[in-house]
Design a protein around this ligand. Structure first.
Ligand code: PLP
Length: 406
């Protein structure tokens, strides 16, 4: 079976002619075996693999977390806001530099999102001081994103939320394997001070989309330490039903009650099987990402017109989800992207400015630092199977592109 998928991916690469793709899945025989086991079981939605994935994820995060596997990271975020009772008339503070899912789910529950700026050109995480400035009587929650797998300043954000009685949602789409450690002046971060990302918020939402550090195609995990919230989330995942369909399939129950209105945000059993394998491979994969990022540093530190965010990061262990760089104002980013494409290097942007989208064109931003990053950020390829030689190809193409387009 592996040869078949390898042939497919070779075909895909040939068709698009990338010498270096933005990301590649980190799969081997173990994933194929896991999928086969599900197919052989004859049951494709939530059952043993999902229960095992949830248990393994809770064990991995620790801190008494309860985990529920769902159909996507967006589903997890939507469920988080619903379970927390966020509704029309409420405001949720969200980062100005993030994937649009954060704004979309806020709108979908009828609330308004209020954007907060990033901290600086080195630290692209939401600014705790700016969160405080944006609080009004309508503010009910703060949603943060640990951009690129680098922890936000959790000590200060948790303190603001506590002081102002606000709920906290962590968008952990970028974070599996990353942790937070308080950055004390003059002291190095200690291993025993570390706390995994996803264990700070009232609810946290993970994504297992195909470009994530745990990649299953489509999938997510919603996480909480609160039993009452967990019960609500469980209901929301599957029509508020009291009995899962697997129990009916097994003849353990003939019917069910609907205890609260809910949705169908169930995960596919194949996604859970893939997630279990990917979780086992995560530490090794993140270490490989780290080494590649260090090679990027060696190649790009002295390149004029390029700066690297989080270069001297000290708030814990990142998971190096993506490799963002900031181009100087004099560089024509679109021309660099095109030049790199001509050299066979795929790039991306994390993220376009929110008010650049038609649905949000009237959104008042007032977040100049995030707007600057949105206009000048470029994401370079990064994935565990990448080689140093491929990093060199990317850096050569970047330097060439800048020289042509400055
Ligand atoms: C920061 C962030 N939040 C939320 C999501 C949504 O996750 P999903 O694609 O699994 O719905 C993503 C996915 O790209 C993301 O990067």
């Amino acid at each position: 079976m592996v040869w078949f998928f390898n042939a497919l991916s070779v075909q895909a690469v040939t068709r698009f002619m990338w010498r270096v793709q933005l990301h590649k899945i980190n799969y081997d025989e173990r994933e194929y075996q896991a999928v086969k086991e599900v197919l052989d079981s004859g049951w494709l939605t939530i059952s043993q693999k999902t229960h095992d994935f949830e248990a393994a994820f809770a064990d991995f995060l620790g801190c008494d977390t309860k985990c529920l596997a769902v159909s996507s990271g967006t589903a997890a975020l939507h469920m988080a806001l619903l379970a927390l009772g966020i509704k029309a008339g409420d405001e949720v503070i969200t980062p100005a530099l993030t994937f649009i899912a954060d704004q979309n789910v806020t709108q979908m529950v009828g609330a308004e999102n209020v954007l907060a700026d990033i901290t600086s050109m080195e630290d692209w995480s939401i600014d705790p001081d700016d969160i405080e400035v944006r609080i009004t009587v309508k503010t009910k929650a703060v949603m943060i994103v640990h951009y690129a797998g680098y922890a936000c300043d959790m000590e200060r954000i948790a303190a603001v939320c506590k002081r102002r009685s606000l709920l906290l949602v962590e968008d952990c789409a970028h974070t599996p394997g990353a942790d937070y450690s308080p950055c004390k002046e003059g002291a190095s971060s200690k291993e025993n001070d570390r706390q995994p990302l996803g264990t700070f918020g009232d609810v946290a939402a993970f994504s297992f989309f195909c470009n994530k550090n745990i990649a299953v195609g489509e999938g997510g995990m919603v996480v909480t330490r609160n039993n009452e919230l967990f019960a609500k989330l469980k209901g929301l995942r599957s029509h508020g039903m009291s009995v899962p369909s697997f129990d009916r399939y097994k003849g353990r129950a003939a019917s069910y009650d609907v205890e609260l209105p809910g949705l169908n945000y169930r995960i596919h059993e194949i996604s859970s099987a893939l997630g279990l394998v990917q979780l086992q491979k995560l530490e090794d994969a993140n270490n490989k990402r780290k080494k590649l990022v260090e090679h990027y540093y060696r190649r790009l530190d002295d390149v004029p017109s390029v700066s690297i965010p989080y270069r001297n990061f000290s708030r814990g262990k990142p998971n190096y989800h993506i490799m963002p760089v900031l181009l100087s104002d004099s560089v024509d980013r679109a021309a660099v992207i095109e030049s790199m494409k001509q050299d066979g290097v795929q790039t991306s942007i994390h993220y376009p400015a929110i008010q650049g989208f038609s649905a949000y064109k009237n959104k008042v931003n007032g977040t100049p630092k995030a707007e600057h990053v949105c206009a000048h950020e470029l994401t370079l390829p990064l994935y565990p199977g990448m080689t140093d030689e491929e990093v060199d190809i990317v850096c050569d193409a970047l330097v060439k592109g800048i020289e042509k387009c400055e």
